[in-house]
Each structure stands twice: as structure tokens, then as C-alpha cells.
Design a protein around this ligand. Structure first.
Ligand SMILES: Nc1ncnc2c1ncn2[C@@H]1O[C@H](COP(=O)(O)OP(=O)(O)OP(=O)(O)O)[C@@H](O)[C@H]1O
Ligand SMILES: [Mg+2]
Length: 302
């Protein structure tokens, strides 16, 4: 079983949408997929049409040692879900009394490793914290989900720094890839951000980018992944393409499991500062975006 976590310190960049739809796309290719909702907001649980007020959840696995197999639910898209409920936030406090609390999920997942090809862990919008630490400790790949917006580049670099700290502190070994989402391909900023990501991260960036589209916005309302109500739509095809890339990573991932983390160094990209971002994006947008960023920065400071 390959374990992938969807991470970013930033909220609302599409982590849950990717967990659900990459999962559905892998399942459509015959893979046995487990989605683990590790977010106390329980959005993956809700987005797959399940009740977030439920009494049992991944919290029972983390805090009380209940086996994962006892809690699995069949969900739309041909996947199984280990759900969250709103009480999951309690684990932050419970974990303070545990020894190596970040390794609980890894041990629990090993019990179902023969039942699944992929486990996708939907993380809360924190790169630190005990829930994301559990995800990273269990993962062979962390997918940093980056929205194609102006401040996303800085956010991504900050998150990579936090991921590196977590990996170092807990001695975990996982590979890192970035995925660009919420891309407005006809806008001016989105394509520029995508180019900047390609320049900075090269092969660590998935070639597939996920565009912003109405059907992905609608999916959580329906409690179903897109292929069930809009087959062959743009996002259906994009996630199929992403799934092919993920399947292609398998051999390399297999090797990298034994290696130390390959997290890129944020130094020297020029994207750490607001000026760096403006300069990188400035090739097409010119002074316009630089002025806008300077105004925003001044407002933040003032
Ligand atoms: N590619 C997309 N096109 C259109 N809407 C999208 C897309 N990706 C995500 N969304 C919508 O944006 C919102 C935020 O997405 P999502 O919940 O996946 O982000 P998240 O990173 O998991 O957020 P959080 O950090 O709060 O967990 C949701 O309403 C979702 O439906
Ligand atoms: Mg989410």
C-alpha cells in the first residue's frame, strides 16, 4: 500500500478535493483506495456524502487503538473511507499524554496494508500539529497542494520548511511532489504562477494541473466525486491524468521509501520575499502586479 498525504499550511487550496478525486480516479483504474479524513472539519467525510456527527471515527483509531478495519465505510466512487467527526480536534490534547503519538496512524494502517493499493490522507490546513505529523509519519509521498494564486508560492515554501522540520524531528522519510490546483487557465495570474512553480520545482511538480471548474465546486454538495455526475468533464480527465502520473511514480517511490527525505531547499529561489514573487511573476504582468503586491504589503504592515 502506498500512502499519500495531501498537505498545505494554507486553507482552501483544494486538499480535500484532490484526496476525493485522485482517490476516485485511482479507483476507476482498478486500484483499491482508502481515503482517511484527518481533518476535524470532516470535509472529506461530508464531501463523500457521510455524516460528520457520527459517533465513530478516525479519532477512535488514534486515541483508543480501535482497528481501522472496524470503521471503514463504502463511499461513492468505489472507495473506502475512514471518516472523521468533529471531535477529532480532541486528539491534540490526548496525544500530549502518549509516547510517540505521531506514529499511531502508521501502525494502524499497517494492519490494512494488504487490503488497499493506495491510502490518501486528507490533512487539516496545518503543516505542523499532531494530525499532520501522523500523516507524514505514515506517508511515502506528501503532495503539497498549491493553489495557482499570487501568495501561494510563498505559502508553499513556508510549508516545505515546516514539513522538513517535522520530518527531521520525527525521523520520517517521505518524498515530496507539488500539485497546482484551482488554475484559471484563461486568467493572467494563474498561468504565470504555474510557470513560476515549474521553474522553481521542476520535476517535483506534477505535470497535470487541476483547473478551477464548476463541477468540482458542486461535488461536495452532491456528496459524490465528479465522475459519478459529470463523466468525461474537464476535471474528470485531469484527475485521470494525475492518477496516471501517480501510478507512474510507483517504481521510484518504492526505491525512495528507504531514502532520506528529498524535500527541496527553499533557499535561493527568490520567491521567499514579496519582491521575489513580484519579480518572478513580473515577466508578463510587469509593474502592475508589483505595485499591487507592494500596496498589499504596505497595508499588512500598516
Ligand atoms: N479545482 C477546483 N475548481 C473549483 N472549485 C474547487 C476546486 N478545488 C477546490 N474547489 C472548491 O474550493 C473549496 C475549497 O476546497 P477544498 O475543501 O478541497 O480545500 P482544502 O484545502 O481541503 O480546504 P481546508 O484547508 O479548509 O481543508 C471547496 O468549496 C471546493 O469545492
Ligand atoms: Mg480540506
Amino acid at each position: 500500500m502506498r500512502v499519500l498525504s495531501l498537505v498545505n499550511q494554507k486553507g482552501g487550496c483544494g486538499k480535500t478535493t484532490v484526496a476525493i478525486h485522485l482517490g476516485a480516479a485511482l479507483a476507476a483504474k482498478g486500484q483499491r483506495v482508502l481515503v482517511v479524513d484527518l481533518d476535524p472539519q470532516a470535509h472529506a467525510t461530508l464531501g463523500l456524502g457521510q455524516d460528520a456527527q457520527r459517533s465513530t471515527s478516525v479519532l477512535d483509531v488514534l486515541a483508543d487503538g480501535v482497528g481501522i478495519a472496524d470503521l471503514l465505510i463504502d463511499v461513492p466512487g468505489g472507495m473506502q473511507l475512514l471518516p472523521a467527526n468533529l471531535r477529532l480536534a480532541e486528539f491534540e490534547e490526548t496525544s500530549a499524554r502518549m509516547i510517540r503519538p505521531e506514529s499511531v496512524l502508521r501502525r494502524a494502517l499497517s494492519d490494512v496494508a494488504d487490503q488497499f493499493d493506495y491510502a490518501l490522507l486528507d490533512c487539516p490546513p496545518r503543516a505542523d500539529g499532531i494530525l499532520t505529523s501522523n500523516a507524514l509519519c505514515a506517508s511515502s509521498l506528501a503532495v503539497l497542494v498549491v493553489e495557482a494564486g499570487v501568495f501561494s508560492l510563498q505559502g508553499a515554501l513556508k510549508t516545505i520548511g515546516l514539513l522538513r522540520d517535522t520530518a527531521g524531528n520525527q525521523g520520517s522519510s517521505f518524498d515530496l511532489r507539488l500539485l497546482c490546483t484551482l488554475l484559471e487557465p484563461k486568467g493572467r495570474v494563474g498561468p504565470e504562477v504555474l510557470i513560476a512553480l515549474q521553474q522553481r520545482f521542476g520535476p517535483e511538480l506534477f505535470e497535470t494541473a487541476i483547473c478551477a471548474c464548476e463541477e468540482l465546486r458542486e461535488a461536495p454538495l452532491r456528496g459524490q466525486p465528479v465522475p459519478l455526475f459529470a463523466p468525461n468533464s474537464r476535471s474528470d480527465l485531469e484527475f485521470a491524468s494525475l492518477a496516471r502520473e501517480v501510478l507512474g511514480l510507483e517504481l521510484r517511490l518504492g526505491r525512495s521509501l528507504e531514502q532520506s527525505p528529498t524535500l527541496p531547499t527553499p533557499a535561493s529561489s527568490g520567491l521567499e520575499s514579496i519582491d521575489g514573487v513580484a519579480a518572478t511573476l513580473g515577466s508578463v504582468l510587469g509593474a502592475e502586479i508589483g505595485t499591487h503586491l507592494a500596496r498589499l504589503e504596505a497595508r499588512e504592515k500598516g
